[in-house]
Design a protein around this ligand. Structure first.
Ligand code: ADP
Length: 609
């Protein structure tokens, strides 16, 4: 039975992925919850039925009081059928209605709404470019992908569990009272209006207050995470007390904003209790009056009292539901900054796959300043010919990484163009571009999976022999065989720990090299590939790199003599421009920036001034 309700909606069903998702909370929620429309309608109806059955209970109470005030003989003779019906209703029908209500809300909606948001949110985020990820914190993105769906589930829950149900209940109550005498309805109608005013006040004040307190919490969270992440610096610079001082300020700010929020809740509680007191006295008073002038029965007084007491209990719940509803809407609004951020870098509709013939890369008047006025690259033109091994040299901030990132299309270029074998990279599919480029980065982190999976990442059909051959070429095979993780998995099956933290920098580097060797792409981009290796391993790896580069077009950011020595041509970048272009000897004899950098070098490194 549970499975039936859990499977009423498929959260993974197909849908049209949008590059520009709706940008208001309302349209965002409507667009994502479309698959639930049918269930929403049914749940709304069932919640109304549930509320009606509660009102009916109160009606039954009044009815019993009325008949027991009559002739006792009649109670079990004249009304026996009514009693049987009442018992059937209370024991069977009412529990069934409530069971259906709770199954739809808990098992269909709660389970699937958050799942659908999470799945679609994650899918959307994964479509974003690397540049987009570079401009945000992975932690914050992940937090929003996890948090926003939970809040969406909560919003839907509150709408159907508390708000829909209680509205139906209040209208049912008004109807019940007016069916006896419309004068009886007046106190409740006035109470309802005043209650709405209180709710409006709460909404207006609690939303900003809870946003302020949630902002304070987020920044406190950021500050604490930052301290833990940089614990090395904190300890080594003996900065613990200063950090504590800063944290205390942030914790105090969180306390103050939270205190302000809680004051509002307390005022809200006062207001509610006063209104509830008014409702109880006026409703019972009015029914007593009507009874006194002979226009209402004892049953009416009992029903009115029961209704007032029940509403008393419900109002706190409704207020809580409303404030939580608006709080969660706030979380969704914040999360939309990530989950509904337009996808700006995408494949053109007519995008074809890149076809490599020579792996010749042409860069024409390329400018890219990351949306700013300076930095990045400035009108840079260069051609990387077939099979050419080119080293990029320059001070830090010269634009070397930017050039590599743009060739990989992490960002769309602001001006100019890059083409590979005469195909503009903005007009081919991103997947085919990345399939044809092997990248070795300086800070190579691994996925928290087995060594084998890490090596054949991107080439899942690789055979065991190919994997081992690649690992051998990267001088990784021997140390891999000696690995064992804490679960006892050994060798290629051993897991590497988050971001590969359990391996040394050199070991991680060699595994990423094996991955790139296995990928065997015609273009290679190296960001000082050997930086994490000790000199003995580096010597061995140099041969591997040489072999790897064979027959490929290679662009390498180089700081070290050993890397530069292997290059056919060196480009010297400065301020986003190429200032020198030639081989090692000719550049040295020019006595320009290259020779200056060169003479500053010590121990095989180029100093970055
Ligand atoms: P290099 O790799 O030569 O050290 P980069 O290509 O990383 O230099 O940086 C070149 C210039 O572009 C620098 O001035 C840097 O501040 C700027 N830059 C790099 N990345 C970004 C970014 N994501 N947003 C804004 N500016 C950036």
């Amino acid at each position: 039975m549970f499975r039936f309700f859990e499977n009423l909606v498929d959260p993974f069903s197909n849908y049209q992925e949008l590059d520009n998702p709706p940008n208001t909370v309302r349209s965002f929620l409507i667009s994502y919850t479309k698959p639930f429309l049918g269930i929403f309608i049914i749940t709304g109806l069932v919640a109304t039925l549930a509320a009606a059955s509660e009102i009916y209970l109160i009606y039954l109470l009044g009815w019993i009081i009325d008949i027991v005030s009559g002739d006792p003989e009649d109670v079990f003779t004249k009304f026996s059928n009514n009693f049987i019906w009442a018992v059937v209703f209370i024991l069977i029908l009412r529990p069934l209605i409530f069971a259906l209500d709770v199954l739809l809300i808990n098992n269909t909606l709660m389970v699937n709404v958050a799942t659908l948001f999470r799945w679609r949110g994650h899918k959307h985020v994964l479509r974003q470019s690397i540049g987009w990820f570079e401009n945000d914190f992975a932690g914050r993105i992940a937090n929003r992908v996890m948090q926003t769906p939970r809040s969406a589930g909560e919003v839907v829950f509150q709408v159907f569990d508390a708000l829909g149900y209680s509205l139906a209940y209040i209208f049912g109550g008004l109807l019940l009272l007016s069916s006896v005498d419309f004068r009886l309805m007046l106190p409740m109608a006035i109470w309802f209006l005043l209650y709405l005013v209180l709710i409006a006040w709460v909404i207006r004040n609690i939303s900003p207050a809870s946003k302020a307190s949630s902002d304070a919490r987020s920044s406190l969270n950021g500050q604490i995470v930052d301290t833990y992440t940089n614990i090395h610096s904190v300890k080594l610079f003996a900065y613990q007390n200063q950090e504590l001082g800063n944290a205390k300020l942030a914790i105090e700010k969180t306390r103050q904003t939270f205190a302000r929020e809680m004051r509002l809740y307390t005022i809200m509680d006062f207001g509610m209790n006063i209104l509830n007191g008014l409702l109880t006295t006026s409703l019972i008073g009015m029914s007593l009056y009507l009874w006194y002038i002979g226009e209402a029965t004892a049953g009416t007084i009992a029903a009115a009292a029961a209704l007032a007491i029940r509403l008393n209990a419900m109002t706190g719940w409704i207020m809580w539901a409303i404030s939580s509803f608006f709080r969660e809407l706030g979380v969704i609004e914040e999360g939309m900054g990530t989950l509904a951020d337009p996808i700006t870098l995408r494949d053109q509709e007519s995008a074809k796959n890149l076809k490599i013939t020579n792996a010749r890369i042409e860069v024409k008047s390329l400018s890219h300043h990351y949306g700013l006025k300076k930095g990045g690259l400035n009108k840079l033109s260069v051609t990387f010919r077939e099979n050419e091994k080119v080293g990029l040299v320059g001070r830090s901030g010269a634009g070397k990484s930017t050039l590599l990132k743009l060739i990989l299309r992490f960002y769309d270029v602001e001006a100019g163009a890059i083409s590979i074998d005469s195909q503009d990279i903005s007009k081919i599919t991103q997947d085919s571009l990345h399939e044809n480029i092997g990248v070795v980065q300086q800070d190579s982190s691994l996925l928290h999976r087995s060594i084998r999976e890490n090596i054949c990442y991107g080439k899942s059909d690789a055979t065991e022999n190919q994997i081992i051959a690649a690992a051998k070429k990267a001088h990784a095979h021997d140390f891999i065989l000696n690995l064992q993780d804490e679960s006892g998995r050994k060798g290629y099956d051993a897991h590497v720990g988050e971001r590969g933290i359990k391996l040394s920098g050199g070991q991680r580097q060699r595994i990423t090299l094996a991955r790139v060797i296995l990928k065997n792409a015609p273009i290679l981009l190296l960001d000082e590939a050997t930086s994490a290796l000790d000199s003995e391993i580096e010597n061995q790896i140099q041969d591997t790199l040489k072999n790897m580069m064979n027959g490929k077009t290679v662009i390498a950011i180089a700081h070290r003599l050993s890397t530069i020595a292997q290059m056919d041509r060196i480009l010297v970048l400065d301020n986003g421009k190429i200032v020198e272009d030639g081989d090692h000897q000719s550049l040295l004899s020019k006595e320009g920036l290259y020779s200056e950098l060169w003479h500053h070098q010590s121990g095989g490194f180029l100093k970055s001034k």
